[in-house]
Ligand binder design. Structure first.
Ligand SMILES: NC(=O)c1ccc[n+]([C@@H]2O[C@H](COP(=O)([O-])OP(=O)(O)OC[C@H]3O[C@@H](n4cnc5c(N)ncnc54)[C@H](O)[C@@H]3O)[C@@H](O)[C@H]2O)c1
Ligand SMILES: N[C@@H](CCO)C(=O)O
Ligand code: NA
Length: 918
């Protein structure tokens, strides 16, 4: 049972007057019931006409109040002395409307409607000045004290603004009353500003007095607007009630006792069910007007909420509630339904636009919930800030409530062997920091005590560093301290959540998300309260880090920004597959793929948020800019919105492939069907793989061998589970497979080659296929994957390109001249046929002898290699485990759809490595 005392003893002087009646009333409310109990004191005689004896029972609050009032009236006790009128407790609901909510007469009317729509018995409404008015008022004072006489015009504008609003909103007597007050206030202000103008100076209290008029006028307008609908409503100048004392720079402490007394007094004079009170302004104990400084109106609402023990304080604003991260930086940020006081506190510290921490203190002590709601979307339930978050579902991911960032910081690192075990070092460091007035945002010291690092705002770091150099001059000279180092360009990312405390694994998830987004963490701090994990990172990584962490904790998508190089046959087909599958991936697998760049060899198309894939070709043609690979890659790596980025190289270009190392180094994942990197110079290949294995950056190339067939993944599976590769043998060329499967005597050789090219099986230049180079590359790729250190030149290759055509300047010329060799080919074919054999072009990785071969062989017609059709590849793995019967992978090994499908599989593999569900 909570005591809700509504009466206070009379002052001793009054109590001493025996003839005067005394009234000690106390009210209590049974938790969970609407029954009010009263106990009307001790056998009191309240004058001749009214006698209330010992009495106890249930009575409705309203009837009791009426009773008390008539008792007071009947015995003609001065109201001040009876002092029993301010009820407290659950009947009160406090609302606060900021400047934006009070921005126009229409909005003020909506505010009135919201207040009237609240069914609470009593309502206390705190309002700010109409939007921009506070700034206009400060500007008035500024102008006047700088002797700029345009202050008179500025004052006139303010007057006009309020007059116009009032005329829109009110009518009749109320309008007249308001306008007359406005006139009189403005003429007082004019006089006061004139004085400031002459003096060339305004004291803080003068300035506070002037500025507070914005709230006075908006409170009056709203109270008249509410009254207009017939509800009894008074307005309150909180300077009569709210007493505060300054406490440090730009801060005040409320005097609750004195404020409560004054509020009682005010209420006993003007009891009303709806009170509209001015936010922001207050008074000192000496009755000098002042303000509540930062976020003052929220603070007013919280203090008054506490004074009346409100059941709830609602802060109305223009957002749906508190977001899990800044929605300008994380588009998937969600509205939180509840937050604990501590969480709100932590978040507001980190600049999340929640509440000023001081706003939480008054309500926290009385356990009053604050609800943040959107007055422009009243269907949104908003965010409730209260003691116990209600939506604890025991889920590890739900431990983090929100993420916040602070930019423009510098880290200071003080390091040296002379610090360990020497008491007073940190005190000396921070007293030097204090002396230059810098604000320390975060501190971290490892237990070895050899270094202390802390973050300060970047603009304060020069002074801090200079002060430390002076303070530690001797220690630095003597080598006890080795350095005072400044690291500029830092940001803080903080994860906030009450339930992180004592839940293992939260930091692991956070750091895993950061590592996967290739973000380097420079410093870490977590207090033992465990509400907050703070990491310091490079400012340029900050938004990406925020998004990576947020998407890992908040069921939002694994977002992958994709850059496609080479929108030719494979690249173009892939783009179409991505277009068709994007929404399914989003829905079913929480993967959000955004193609933010496409570059061909002459034109490129860039987008910050994602290219519309239904018309990528048209957009590339119409809106494309000249291709520039360096700029293209920069576009991707400079994009700080998407945490994960991948470049898809769908060219056959050696020079594009030569950049993979740099891209991986930048933290950009690489996926490709291009064989050039893995079959290029061995040292480069090894360097690339070493880098990739040492980082969280991925490099996938399944489509380089057997197109979409699971060749690389099968080989890896065998190797990783400890199997030993003995031999890999097969038909690795879709083109050559197609050619020999279809070169059966009915068509010429050159015709079949043209068909293979037409079907999209060949390399951009079919000579790469016919020369055996393409097969040799695949053999090299598989050999290296199996651990052999071979160069392309180590593999003897039987070329099918007639020597005379090797020097053709283009693929077209080659195709034109090829028919002149048809006869030779017809001859070779019939010789094989006569022997009951077929021609097949095969590749071999001989892991035992550490060598590879690529050659045209003849096989009996019943050999498995002779049974293929279309562009089939067949790859036989002979291993320790598959020694008798090889493991065989077979199927179409070239062609646009299957190859693009193989690349797509790699993209999804990447997404799943990055945290998408598998
Ligand atoms: N066709 C298949 O069945 C198949 C199968 C597996 C792997 N691959 C590989 O896929 C890759 C693409 O083959 P494709 O058939 O789509 O070739 P393609 O010639 O149709 O497409 C390549 C595209 O890359 C562009 N390009 C070339 N150099 C570029 C550069 N430096 N910068 C930007 N763009 C550039 C070209 O303009 C063209 O649009 C090749 O590496 C190939 O080996 C193809
Ligand atoms: N040109 C290649 C494409 C697949 O890598 C082939 O024919 O096999
Ligand atoms: Na493959």
């Amino acid at each position: 049972m909570r005591s809700l005392a509504v009466a206070s003893p009379l002052p001793p002087a009054a109590a001493a007057a025996r003839r005067r009646p005394r009234a000690f009333f106390s009210f209590g409310r049974e938790v969970g019931s609407q029954c009010w109990k009263y106990d009307l004191g001790q056998d009191q005689t309240l004058g001749g006409s009214l006698r209330i004896g010992q009495s106890q029972g249930s009575l409705h609050r309203q009837r009791l109040t009426t009773l008390l009032r008539s008792a007071a009236a009947a015995i003609s006790v001065e109201q001040d002395e009876v002092n029993t009128y301010l009820p407290k407790g659950d009947m009160w609901s406090v609302h606060k409307f900021g400047g934006t909510c009070m921005g126009t007469p229409q909005r003020i009317q909506s505010v009135a409607d919201i207040v009237l729509g609240d069914s609470s018995e009593r309502k206390l409404v705190i309002v700010s000045a109409m939007s921009k008015v506070t700034d206009m008022m400060y500007n008035l004072v500024h102008k006047a004290q700088s002797r700029d006489d345009s202050y008179t015009i500025a004052l006139e504008e303010i007057f006009e603004k309020h007059m116009a609003a009032a005329k829109d909103l009110l009518d009749g007597e109320d309008l007249a009353r308001f306008l007359s007050q406005l006139h009189s206030d403005v003429s007082n202000l004019r006089a006061m500003l004139r004085a400031i103008y002459i003096a060339g100076h305004a004291t803080e209290s003068f300035s506070d007095f002037v500025v507070g008029h914005g709230e006075l006028w908006s409170a009056q307008m709203l109270s008249y607007a509410i009254k207009k609908s017939g509800a009894p409503c008074s307005w309150m100048d909180t300077r009569e009630v709210l007493v505060v004392k300054p406490s440090g720079s730009n801060q005040v402490d409320p005097d609750y006792l004195e404020s409560e007394k004054r509020l009682q007094k005010w209420f006993s004079r003007q009891p009303a069910d709806i009170i509209v009170a001015t936010g922001f302004i207050a008074t000192t104990a000496e009755n000098i007007p002042t303000t509540l400084k930062r976020d003052g109106s929220d603070f007013s609402a919280a203090i008054i909420g506490s004074l009346v023990r409100a059941r709830q304080v609602t802060i109305w604003t223009d957002v749906d509630g508190v977001f899990s991260a800044d929605p300008r930086k994380v588009s998937e940020a969600v509205i939180l339904s509840t937050l604990s006081y501590q969480e709100a506190w932590e978040m507001s510290y980190f600049g999340a636009n929640v509440l000023h921490p001081c706003t939480i203190i008054p309500v926290m002590k009385d356990n009053i919930p604050i609800v943040i709601r959107n007055m422009f979307n009243i269907s949104a339930p908003g965010t409730m800030i209260c003691r116990q978050p209600a939506n604890d579902n025991g889920d590890l991911d739900a431990c983090v409530k929100s993420f916040a960032t602070i930019d423009n910081l510098a880290l200071v690192n003080v390091e040296g062997t002379g610090m360990a075990g020497v008491p007073g070092t940190s005190s000396a460091i921070f007293s030097a920091v204090k002396d230059v007035g810098a604000n320390v945002i975060m501190i971290s010291q490892a237990s070895s005590e050899h270094s202390i690092c802390f973050a300060v705002p970047e603009q304060e770091v020069a002074a801090v560093s200079a002060a430390l150099h002076v303070r530690f001059r001797e220690a630095l000279a003597a080598g006890r301290l080795s350095k005072v180092e400044v690291i500029n360009g830092c940001s803080i990312l903080a994860a906030v959540g009450l339930r992180m405390a004592s839940t293992p694994g939260v930091s692991a998830i956070l750091f895993d998300a950061l590592a996967k987004a290739n973000i380097n963490v420079r410093a870490i701090a977590q207090g033992c309260s465990e509400y907050n994990i703070t990491v310091v990172l490079k400012q340029e990584d900050c938004v990406r880090a925020l998004r990576a962490a947020h998407s890992r904790f908040f069921l939002s998508k694994t977002t992958l920004a994709v850059g496609i190089i080479g929108p030719g046959l494979i690249g173009g087909t892939l783009l179409n597959q991505l277009k068709d599958q994007a929404s399914v991936l989003k829905e079913n697998m929480n993967i959000d793929l955004r193609v933010i760049g496409i570059t061909g060899s002459s034109t490129m198309l860039l987008s910050d948020t994602g290219i519309d894939l239904t018309q990528w070709k048209e957009l590339l043609r119409k809106e494309g800019e000249p291709a520039d690979l360096a700029n293209f890659v920069r576009h991707l790596s400079d994009n700080h919105v998407f945490p994960n980025k991948v470049l898809l190289d769908c060219t056959a270009d050696t020079s594009v492939a030569s950049h993979y190392y740099d891209w991986l180094k930048k933290g950009i994942h690489v996926i490709t069907p291009n064989k050039k990197a893995n079959s290029g110079p061995l040292d480069r290949y090894l360097k690339l793989r070493t880098l990739q294995r040492a980082s969280y950056t991925h490099y996938f190339y399944e489509a380089t061998v057997g197109a979409g067939l699971p060749v690389i993944s099968t080989l890896r599976g065998l190797l990783e589970t400890g199997d030993k590769i003995l031999r890999i043998e097969g038909i690795f060329s879709g083109t050559l497979s197609y050619i020999f499967n279809n070169f059966e005597g009915t068509k010429t050789f050159s015709n079949v080659v043209a068909e293979a090219k037409e079907a999209g099986y060949t390399e951009p230049d079919p000579r790469d296929d016919l020369s055996g180079t393409d097969v040799a590359r695949k053999v090299i790729i598989l050999a290296r994957e199996s651990g052999l250190r071979l160069e392309l030149s180590n593999i003897p290759v039987k070329s099918l390109v007639p020597e005379a055509l090797a020097s053709c300047s283009s693929a077209d010329e080659f195709m034109q001249k090829l028919p002149s060799f048809d006869e030779d080919w017809a001859k070779q074919r019939s010789e094989a046929e006569a022997a009951g054999e077929v021609l097949r072009y095969v590749g071999v990785v001989d892991a035992v002898n550490k060598e590879g071969q690529v050659e045209l062989r003849r096989y009996k017609k019943d050999h498995p290699f002779a049974q293929l059709s279309g562009s089939d590849n067949i790859i036989a793995f002979t291993t320790s485990r598959y020694e008798e019967q090889p493991l065989i992978v077979r199927g179409p090994g070239a062609g646009a759809e299957v190859t693009a499908g193989g690349v797509f599989c790699d993209i999804l593999r990447l997404a799943s490595y990055l945290g998408a569900p598998s």
